[in-house]
Design a protein around this ligand. Sequence first.
Ligand code: URP
Ligand code: ZN
Ligand code: ZN
Ligand code: ZN
Length: 471
Amino acid sequence: MKKVIKNGTVVTATDTYKADILIENGIISSIAQQIQLNGAEAEVVDAAGHLVFPGGIDPHTHLEMPFGGTVSRDDFETGTIAAAFGGTTTVIDFCLTTKGEPIENAIETWHAKSKDKAVIDYGFHLMIGEINEKVLSELPAVIEEEGITSFKVFMAYKNVLQADDETLFRTLITAKELGALVMVHAENGDVIDYLTKKALADGHTEPVYHALTRPPEVEGEATGRAALLTGLADSQLYVVHVSCANAVDKITEARNNGVDIWGETCPQYLVLDITDLEKPDFEGAKYVWSPPLREIKHQDALWSALKNGQLQTLGSDQCSFDFNGQKDLGKGDFTKIPNGGPTIEDRVSILFSEGVKKDRISLNQFVDIMSTRNAKLFGLFPQKGTIAVGSDADIVIFNPNKERVISAETHHMAVDYNAFEGMKVTGETVTVLSRGEFVIKDKKFVGKLGTGKYLKRAKYNRIQNAMQEDE
Ligand code: URP
Ligand code: ZN
Ligand code: ZN
Ligand code: ZN
């Protein structure tokens, strides 16, 4: 049956206006000040007093990902349900590869994790851990057949995920040729390796040493190095989870020099800080991310970078572990605390509440940062990331005035704590449609496991992204 969303305020990355939206066969078929049904059968959804915006696109998730001898707790079932509750309708997850193993096997593993579980649409990025003749021969099919048009390189996690500079440089060159966007985790893994070993040798085992052994300089250095290599390769780069002013400065400098480089930050870096790692009774372990939470002054740098376009996107970096039974693997040795946290559900809310409501970014910037720009950079626009005739009806109906408190008691992620516990936010996702079907209706989950579709994405288009940047 057709659906019509009536009386809402439609918000896109460029416009805010009152309109009705008609949905047919999962697609937005009409947008008008008033849609007359003239007796045609349609389900009417009243959005009076609410915002109606494109579903969030989370470009950075790790669902059911092996890490540090354990596996992240939220999988494609609980993770995508929680995402939907938070107003996200697409996730792009990182497919991890293993050196020497066929890439195809890694991708099949990720398809198997997601296929019958996801309740919203999803795509994959491919991790590159090595470049050799075999990998080079496999990559064209990754792009052409799987529609995976972004490659991820880790500059940290020495002896586990870390790639060397030759691998990064060759990945940049290859990506340019094939039409992929390279993503980097930018921290100097060698320096971190030295600093962590030294801290442990000196008897420092508490969670806060996770942050003290990965200072902002190691992120700034790696970001600058990756940016320079991108310029040298005349390639394209997306820096994930930017946490500090040091990295923002390097991205800004490279952009000013004409390098095709983009930056993402995450909600945790916008609202949490290094003092959270000092909480007693090992509670600091809940706040162990890489890069780590920073001194509070870095939050201002990140907000102004979002405001002025030096950073363009917000990813959750969802990678959740229970406090009891997973984070506690690192009791007595901070290097064994699994890195990451539960953020997929609160990403959109935090950006709205802390960003729009506190006048740090505009309402249209909010939509751009949490959805539209991600669709453009990752080859999903205009099918996703906007409210337009012909686009997928991935739509969020949002109450912009509802005040609530974030808590593990009420969240939908599978983990036993919430990183933003007790935080007051304004704004709440009420109803969510994925390709025209309700996933969340009046704050209740009504979706079905396995209805999320795998998305083959278009190649990275530098000219198109540059033109959009100039708008
Ligand atoms: O601490 C984090 N960020 N965990 C997830 C893996 C990664 O580096 O993104
Ligand atoms: Zn990372
Ligand atoms: Zn100590
Ligand atoms: Zn990540």
